[in-house]
Design a protein. Structure first.
Length: 145
């Protein structure tokens, strides 16, 4: 029973895309960077914006708006790149803004409702209602594929 209390919350990084808040598990996130120059790579799929040189490491960049078929928007001073890793591969994810790190109780995470928003259901793990916020929890594994 004591193990249950240690597993009772999940720590996530919350970020903005359009008017919705999304989240990834924080243990998969290395850093949050301000927007920097992205070098285009010819012949890549449209949601791969290119690569950046992050402290000497060439890192591919995925635009999450494009990945989720959301309307394009000009990058601005709030735009951030979330550097995340999966299976030892580091990738940058362009988001409209990175909000904060939150502890979400596991018991408030619900399965995805039929109508969450415009992103494809295959990327969504669940939703969490936290005070006046609705967080859409995403699977990095599915976003990367």
């Amino acid at each position: 029973m004591s193990n249950m209390s240690a597993q009772s919350t999940i720590k996530v990084i919350a970020f903005q895309l359009m008017d919705k808040e999304y989240a990834f598990p924080v243990h998969q996130v290395h850093s949050i960077e301000k927007l920097m120059h992205i070098t285009r790579v010819p012949g890549t799929v449209p949601f791969i914006k290119g690569v950046i040189n992050l402290r000497g490491v060439v890192t591919p960049i995925i635009d999450l708006r494009n990945r989720f078929n959301l309307p394009d928007e000009e990058y601005n001073e709030n735009t951030r790149i979330i550097i995340a890793s999966l299976d030892e591969m580091e990738v940058g994810l362009v988001v409209d803004g990175a909000n904060d790190v939150l502890d979400i109780p596991n018991d408030i995470i619900e399965p995805q409702p039929d109508v969450v928003g415009s992103i494809e259901a295959e990327y969504i793990v669940g939703v969490a209602k936290l005070e006046k916020r609705l967080l859409i929890l995403l699977s990095l594994e599915k976003v990367f594929k």
